[in-house]
Design a protein around this ligand. Structure first.
Ligand SMILES: Cc1cc2nc3c(=O)[nH]c(=O)nc-3n(C[C@H](O)[C@H](O)[C@H](O)COP(=O)(O)OP(=O)(O)OC[C@H]3O[C@@H](n4cnc5c(N)ncnc54)[C@H](O)[C@@H]3O)c2cc1C
Length: 595
């Protein structure tokens, strides 16, 4: 059975030392109580919950899965009790508004918990995760009356939330939504239609389930401009605001799927269900994007979380499993063979995983700090700057973290050889669980399109220009220091390549819009690797300043991992860039009949 140890030391390094988040966050209004001790205590306690309560249910949850009977869904053994402990500990409400019963802590702390939850039990993490997203959307767009009625119970975790977008004929293209909303006399709406693949659509963890549903009003325009957002409770709240009369919402079935088997994925039928408009008519997609953007970041964390737990187990295995002798001579003469860890190819797999994980953790926390800045910085210009960074990086985190998460869980499975393919060891579950993150919440192809078609072009390229200015400034600020050249030179080259490629792409797309779609996935990967190089350069600088006084070896290992990333992983961008420049015609010249 696999094990999990929360990476507290590395989270502390990233939060306190690398990003110096205590100062940045502590100076924001409402966060005066955030102190290093408080952050460490939350990380320690959160880590314990993940290690001792949630991870032990991960493998059994996968084997048992969710059960569907008579319209009801039963989660695997132990999930109900674990969920109760989780909400009693206040874990879902860390960053929620204190006026609604939340703890008002920075999003950054909630992000760090999210990584640990995803490592420990990604299926479990989805139940509170979707609820958090729904709270976010309702807080921004619902009427005060709806907020007062629904949010406190959702923040407490006794009611959960869902996101109902997908229909049998429409996933990516939400302009095709057919679910109807007909006004009732009392100001509510009758919602009718079928939604599929709804995560947490039905389950036994909470007293009530609050669905956020995209639907069309009778006279709505065609396409995405005619979609509205509705709150549709499974049970309508009674006079005491307890779950009362059953609404016209039912679960038709659950899906049997490749991974995340302890997360219920439901067909949801709405049959004249009573719903309440959230936000303005026909602006539902924009309102739903508040939830979707937060979810996209959370899905990226699944790649990191699974990469981390897979790495930890693969390292242990590589230490213990004895096969062959090292090429440079026997390393364990008292044993029948040397441990796997002596072989360069095994190290390649482990270090690839580690180098991605640690850069991803640094970038995730940096992004979360920017979310807090965007919400709370007193200066509007600083809020906008932070918001621009988050908007630019969101598709990159969603797509690249989940792509590399699938790659690295597979690499770590490979470290186990044949045993990695056997269920008992747990590695194949990490691979299966990682796969969905590349697909849901907008496929990774669609994330790449969001980057190249939208984010590059907002206000004449303001988002990438701000990002490039940040990197240019960082590189220029450290260029004179020769001790940093092994980190700064590759970053400077990557930054130059990315900027040139961006110019090429924007220009090429003027003549041929297909250039964007043809480039998108590889361009996103180049962007992500360059951003990781920036994180590694920053981590190396932080580690260099401390390595001389360090007996633990922590900073020395950081520096070596930084060199591994720059030398072995970053050069991928050169081949990818050549591919991008080869242009769209290589694909689009084919006749449809040739496929
Ligand atoms: C386990 C699971 C849980 C889910 N949870 C939820 C949930 O809670 N709520 C919810 O609403 N949905 C949920 N989904 C649905 C999920 O978000 C969609 O499956 C996903 O967005 C893709 O939509 P689709 O399956 O219809 O694929 P399609 O839209 O049919 O896409 C098929 C392929 O075509 C590509 N493609 C489509 N359009 C374009 C384009 N314009 N340009 C380039 N490529 C394109 C896609 O990238 C993809 O590779 C879930 C799905 C699963 C499997």
């Amino acid at each position: 059975m696999p094990s999990y140890k929360a990476p507290i030391r590395d989270l502390q390094f990233v939060f306190h030392e690398l990003h110096q988040a205590d100062q940045t966050l502590g100076s924001l209004p409402g966060f005066d109580e955030v102190s290093p001790d408080l952050v460490d205590a939350i990380l320690e306690e959160g880590g314990k919950i993940c290690e001792e309560l949630l991870h032990p249910l991960n493998q059994s949850g996968d084997q048992e899965g969710c059960r569907f009977e008579d319209g009801k869904v039963t989660t695997p053994k132990g999930f109900r009790e674990a969920y109760r402990t989780f909400i009693e500990g206040g874990w879902p409400s860390l960053a929620a508004d204190p006026d609604l019963g939340g703890q008002g802590l920075p999003e950054t702390i909630s992000f760090m918990l999210e990584e640990m939850l995803c490592s420990a039990n990604v299926s479990f993490s989805l139940y509170p995760g979707l609820t958090r997203g729904a709270i976010n959307a309702l807080s921004h767009h619902a009427s005060d009356e709806l907020k007062q009625q629904y949010l406190p119970k959702m923040v407490e975790g006794v009611w959960s939330g869902t996101m109902c977008l997908t229909e049998p004929h429409c996933g990516t293209d939400l302009g095709l939504v057919r679910t109807r909303a007909v006004p009732n006399d009392d100001g509510s709406y009758a919602i009718s239609g079928t939604k599929i693949f709804i995560t947490g659509g039905e389950h036994d963890l909470t007293e009530n389930i609050i669905h956020l549903v995209l639907a069309r009003l009778p006279d709505a325009p065609e396409g995405v401009r005619g979609i509205s957002l509705f709150l549709v409770p499974r049970q309508l709240p009674d006079a005491d605001n307890d779950p009362g009369e059953q609404n016209g919402v039912s679960c038709g079935s659950i899906e049997h799927k490749m991974g995340i088997k302890a997360s219920s994925t439901c067909v949801m039928n709405f049959d004249s269900a009573k719903g309440f408009l959230v936000g303005p008519e026909n602006k539902g997609l924009a309102c739903m994007f508040t939830m979707m953007n937060a979810e996209r970041l959370a899905i990226g964390m699944q790649g990191l979380g699974l990469g981390e737990v897979a790495y930890q187990n693969a390292v242990e295995y590589a230490r213990e499993r004895l096969q062959s002798r090292a090429a440079t001579g026997v390393k364990a003469p008292d044993k029948a063979a040397d441990p796997l860890l002596v072989h360069p190819d095994v190290r390649r797999m482990l270090l690839t995983t580690r180098a991605y994980n640690e850069a991803a953790r640094a970038l995730a926390v940096w992004t979360a700090i920017n979310i807090d800045l965007a919400h709370r910085h007193p200066e509007p210009e600083k809020r906008q700057e932070a918001d621009d960074f988050v908007a630019l990086i969101t598709p990159i985190i969603k797509a690249f973290f989940s792509d590399y998460g699938y790659e690295t869980t597979t690499l770590c499975q490979q470290v186990y050889g044949g045993h990695g393919y056997i269920r008992e060891w747990g590695m194949e579950q990490f691979v299966r669980d990682a796969r969905i993150a590349q697909i849901y919440e907008g496929t990774n192809g669609i994330q790449a399109m969001d980057l190249v078609r939208r984010k590059l072009f907002i206000e004449d390229g303001r988002l990438p220009q701000r990002f490039f200015a940040l990197l240019d400034g960082f590189v220029a600020g450290h260029a004179a220091d020769e001790t940093l050249a092994i980190y700064i030179t590759p970053l400077a080259e990557a930054n130059k390549l990315l900027q040139e490629l961006t110019d090429w792409l924007v220009t090429a797309s003027r003549d041929n819009p297909d250039q964007l779609g043809a480039a998108a996935t590889d361009y996103l990967r180049i962007f992500a690797l360059t951003t990781f190089a920036w994180m590694w350069a920053r981590m190396a600088i932080t580690a260099l300043a401390r390595v001389a006084d360090d007996d633990s070896g922590f900073y020395r290992t950081k520096l070596r991992t930084a060199s591994f990333f720059m030398g072995r992983l970053l050069p991928q961008i050169e081949g990818l860039a050549r591919g991008v420049r080869s242009g769209a015609d290589l694909m689009m010249a084919f006749d449809e009949s040739e496929f």
